[in-house]
Design a protein around this ligand. Structure first.
Ligand SMILES: NC(=O)c1ccc[n+]([C@@H]2O[C@H](COP(=O)([O-])OP(=O)(O)OC[C@H]3O[C@@H](n4cnc5c(N)ncnc54)[C@H](O)[C@@H]3O)[C@@H](O)[C@H]2O)c1
Length: 377
């Protein structure tokens, strides 16, 4: 039956936010967390922070708020992948409620790695249907990846990031000095996402990692080419994210390394970090490209050598099991609305998509991944 009458609504949601590379962020006098200021009375801020970051950097942060005359509450929370869940979300929402957060002029501040930023962002997006949120990444991975986009999430139903929203931050403050307290594995974790951007679209970035990777880790990203590496990683990532911020297109180059890994990462938690799982997915994907005659052997060798230098694993039994890989891909295909949309590297710095990868091909790629690992010892 035809409608008696129709009303159609169309609205647009303009988004602007700025990422400030702003070392010494918590030096007293830095305006980052003081705006917007209220017409009268003190500035009030609720700060949710990863408890490890609080233990290492809490004093400086508290001094900043104290000496800036801010009325603040700091909530340290355990922010590991296994705690990226409903309970943590509810704890943050509870703190927002008891802080009596004003709806528009008291942005909640998240300080931590990707787990913390994802769950605080989720809380900010659903509290009163959305309140402003400031992101302060403290891991390399969060600095070059998590903090750039608008995605928020928690893990649920045994799946990674199953519940989440799109919620643009009010601002992002990138302070490299936080990286000084990370361990080597945390650098490898973040370097996986940087390697991804080099492979996808920036051969120079890849070469920087190839030549300077171990030194960057030794120097905790505080010296040498660290700034160029970080800036290139951020720039290339933003170029990919900005035109498709709300993921209307599910053909996303930045999903390279995120096709087989999400399910496996959850299954083996906490054995692999996010970056390690992404790196294994990238190596498997490179085998798939190579199997189709796209990625030359010489490029594949350089990629494997560079990933190893960055401290990333060359193999894991889950990535050698075609059944597990196919099952993981099936969930990704649902996430991509029924299409594989597999980003693949055709040579270092160039990307293409596959949509017709077969179970046999995945099995052959997995077998090659395993064989190379044995051959390399
Ligand atoms: N929203 C997005 O667009 C997006 C993109 C990529 C990844 N992610 C998510 O990010 C998460 C991974 O983030 P991550 O790699 O930052 O891991 P993480 O948040 O789990 O942090 C890793 C570890 O580092 C510790 N830590 C954080 N900062 C530190 C510091 N400065 N010094 C010492 N220790 C510190 C944390 O306590 C934790 O133990 C995953 O949950 C993933 O789903 C989200």
């Amino acid at each position: 039956m035809a409608d008696r009458k129709r009303w159609t609504l169309t609205a647009q949601l303009p988004v602007t936010f700025t990422l400030h590379a702003s070392d010494r962020l918590f030096e007293v006098g830095h305006p980052a967390f003081l705006e917007p200021a209220p017409a009268s009375g003190p500035v009030r801020r609720l700060v949710v922070i990863d408890e490890k970051v609080y233990a290492l950097h809490g004093e400086v942060i508290e001094q900043y708020f104290l000496r800036s005359g801010v009325e603040y509450k700091i909530l340290p929370i355990v922010a590991t992948e296994t705690q990226k869940d409903l309970d943590t979300l509810m704890t943050i929402l509870g703190a927002m409620e008891t802080f009596h957060l004003l709806r528009q002029s008291e942005p909640i501040i998240g300080i931590g790695g990707g787990v913390l930023l994802d769950v605080v962002g989720f809380a900010a997006s659903i509290f009163r249907r959305g309140v402003p949120y400031i992101k302060v990444p403290t891991t390399l991975l969060a600095l070059v990846d998590v903090s750039l986009g608008v995605k928020t999430a928690i893990n649920h139903f045994g799946n990674r990031n199953r519940l989440g929203t799109y919620h643009a931050p009010a601002a992002v403050f990138l302070d490299r000095s936080f990286l000084g307290t990370l361990d080597r594995r945390a650098f490898s974790n973040g370097l996986a996402e940087i390697l991804k951007m080099g492979l996808l679209k920036d051969a120079r970035l890849f070469e920087l990692l190839e030549v300077h990777g171990p030194t960057l880790i030794d120097q905790k990203f505080q010296e040498g080419v660290a700034l160029e590496v970080i800036d290139r990683a951020i720039q290339t990532m933003l170029e990919e994210l900005e035109p498709n911020l709300w993921e209307k297109s599910l053909r996303r180059t930045v999903d390279f390394g995120h096709s087989f890994s999400p399910t496996i990462e959850m299954r083996v938690l906490p054995e692999l970090t996010h970056g390690e799982a992404v790196a294994l997915d990238m190596l498997l994907s490179c085998e798939l490209s190579h199997g189709r005659g796209l990625l030359p052997e010489a490029d594949l060798t350089r990629i494997r050598r560079t990933a190893a230098q960055l401290g990333l694993p060359p193999y894991h039994e889950m990535f050698g099991d075609p059944g597990v890989l196919w099952e993981s891909l099936a969930d990704t295909v649902m996430h991509r609305n029924g299409a594989q949309n597999l980003p693949m590297i055709s040579r270092i710095g160039a990307c293409t998509f596959f949509n017709d990868v077969t179970f046999e091909e995945v099995g052959q790629a997995a077998a090659r991944l395993k064989a190379r690992q044995h051959a390399e010892g």
